[in-house]
Design a protein around this ligand. Sequence first.
Ligand code: NAI
Length: 337
Amino acid sequence: MTHTVCLLPGDGIGPEVTTAARQVIDATGVDIEWVVLPAGSTALEFCGSVLPQRTLAAIAGHGVALKGPVTTPIGGGHTSVNVSLRKKLNLYAAVRPVRSMPGIKTRYDNVELVIIRENTEGLYSGIENEIVPGVVQSLKIATEPACTRIARFAFDYAVSRGRRRVTVLHKANIMKKSDGLFLRCARKVYTDYAGKIEYNELIIDNGCMQIIRDPSQFDVLLLENLYGDIISDLAAGLVGGLGVVPGANFGESCAVFEPVHGSAPDLARKGIANPLACIMSGVMMLNHLGEHEAAARIRDAYNTVLARGNPEELTRDIGGKATTQQFTDAVIKAMGT
Ligand code: NAI
């Protein structure tokens, strides 16, 4: 069966890591027709828009995309492509598995977390006003349908994968209304799952301390938008950094797979970025497409390369000296193709 997949190379290291992921996926022999589409600062330059209508239409039409990171200017400039993409395609659930990897030495070897992030609301509403010069406000939006929808997604995800517990991290002691609603919805949805899975709640500042102290006590984490963003990077730090954490954004009718990391301008065009997070996002995509055998082959191959620990095959962020292409070639070779 041929799959049609939208490929958004994005900005910075995006083209390098998406090229690597495409090479690895193509090496499995799965029949994919790639539709390459513009997004990000590069798209602005060539198409006059950071998120051209044809890009949105193609993802909505084909239902699946593999996306590289895009650059968002700080403190001004265009609004975030990611935020627009997630809102416009209603990609309401971000799923980010954070796992200890073979051969990557960190303080812990037993991290097995899944972060589930509400992707459409919270402080990412983009509603900010300057009331008078020197006084601004940002609106944090929470609605019952969106809070309920993400809670249901998290419990369904956790139960269907045999996970043991869902933990909500919140700040409902201070943001009593917005985080309070998020929490109330999670508790209400949990009544449908009680007996099938454990549920608990932690105030997020304590939660951060607990994650750093002993990540193994956590399983599936359910968070609103901004907390999910921050905890994703924090958790990446436990397992070897942003080069090894994949992600997926799910909506009712489409899914966009992308690494958690950004466009890493410090590494762009040097050919040294770690493509693993993007390759792992590709594995999540293959599973979504029902191509489980190809997904498993890639996973086994990168685990083999990591476990070998040969610096000539590993990128710098994980202790080696390989280029993006050398790591990619090592994974393809380990697949036995
Ligand atoms: P970043 O994730 O791009 O980089 C943070 C640090 O991690 C840097 O030191 C970078 O070199 C390192 N890093 C990231 N990915 C790596 C990889 N694959 N291999 C090796 N090292 C890697 O975050 P930063 O610097 O905060 O943001 C840069 C730009 O990316 C900003 O414009 C930001 O808005 C954007 N961004 C985009 C995202 C997306 O499109 N999904 C997500 C996060 C940030």
